[in-house]
Design a protein around this ligand. Structure first.
Ligand code: SF4
Ligand code: SF4
Length: 287
């Protein structure tokens, strides 16, 4: 199975978070057309493959306010060779379209307290008809919101906390966040990764709008192109060339961390195995 992190040219977002790690911009109509064309090309490529594929869309901006991302999620979710299709989203979009997706669609939702009223966000996320995780940036100003969200979400919904970029957490602070997300310890510190085996560049790749393939979003070396197949001979087990890996979408694939076991069944959408099991029980009981 090949897991693909896809990031096209889209860079605009309807939110304006102060801690946004991305260089947000307005996308001109021609940039939006290029993003749409790139995504449709990628979707057609996935549909033409025999191999089993999982996809995580990791746009610089917000994808689901654009019809083509919603359409790609639905279309890919029904393909026989697609095991999972997920997207990182702020969930500002309407959600009725998700009813058309298969149970292989999933959402990686982030709650941004300064951008959306809690009273609007909570019912929306609680009524999602597809698999999802929900998360928040572990900024001190978010602590009360995070606690409230944990209390109000069903126990089978995993709430993750991302360590804030550049913040050093005291043990007491880390304990507060760990009470909300028992896996916060994985995010608290960057992981030393140099020379360690990482699945990216072997069973996981990063693809941009032109089809340029890299092992992950963080290592600039190009492995080839998706559309001419030139990336294929480059796939093999590899060690990480960078000193540290501090983003979940990267280090979840770093083999010594063992996170494929922790997130078994939900690696791309960040749903841990224990929560997967709880969600399955709820589905079976028809709740
Ligand atoms: S929702 Fe995400 S992409 Fe948009 S401004 Fe906030 S952090 Fe940046
Ligand atoms: S450990 Fe992180 S930075 Fe290193 S290769 Fe893997 S995903 Fe990329």
């Amino acid at each position: 199975m090949l897991s693909i992190l896809y990031r096209g040219p889209l860079a605009s977002c309807d939110y304006d978070c102060g801690y946004c790690p991305f260089a947000k911009r307005r996308d001109a109509p021609e940039q939006l057309r290029a993003d749409r064309a790139a995504l449709e090309r990628f979707t057609a490529w996935v549909a033409a493959q025999d191999a089993e594929i999982s996809v995580l869309f990791t746009p610089w901006g917000e994808g689901l306010v654009r019809s083509w991302y919603r359409e790609a999620m639905v279309r890919l979710s029904w393909l026989g060779n697609v095991r999972r299709v997920a997207i990182q989203t702020n969930l500002s979009c309407r959600t009725g379209w998700l009813a058309e997706a298969s149970d292989r669609a999933a959402l990686w939702v982030t709650y941004h307290p300064t951008q959306v009223p809690y009273e609007r966000f909570l019912p929306k996320v609680r009524s999602l008809p597809v698999r999802h995780s929900v998360g928040i940036v572990g900024a001190p100003a978010h602590l009360a919101d995070a606690r409230r969200l944990r209390a109000d979400l069903p126990p089978e919904t995993y709430l993750w906390v991302n360590a804030q970029e550049g913040r050093v957490y005291s043990d007491a602070e880390a304990a507060e966040w760990t009470a909300i997300d028992p896996l916060f310890g994985h995010s608290r510190h960057a992981h030393r990764s140099l020379g360690l085996p990482c699945r990216t560049g072997d069973s996981v790749i990063s693809v941009d709008g032109d089809g340029t393939v890299r092992r992950c979003h963080f290592v600039p070396e190009v492995l080839g192109n998706l559309y001419d197949g030139s990336y294929r001979p480059a796939l093999r087990p590899r060690a990480c060339p960078l000193p540290v890996c501090d983003c979940h979408i990267g280090y979840v694939h770093l083999e010594p961390l063992g996170l494929y076991d922790v997130f078994a069944g939900g690696v791309l959408e960040r749903v841990p195995a224990a929560w997967n099991a709880a969600g399955d029980q709820v589905s079976r009981s028809g709740r």
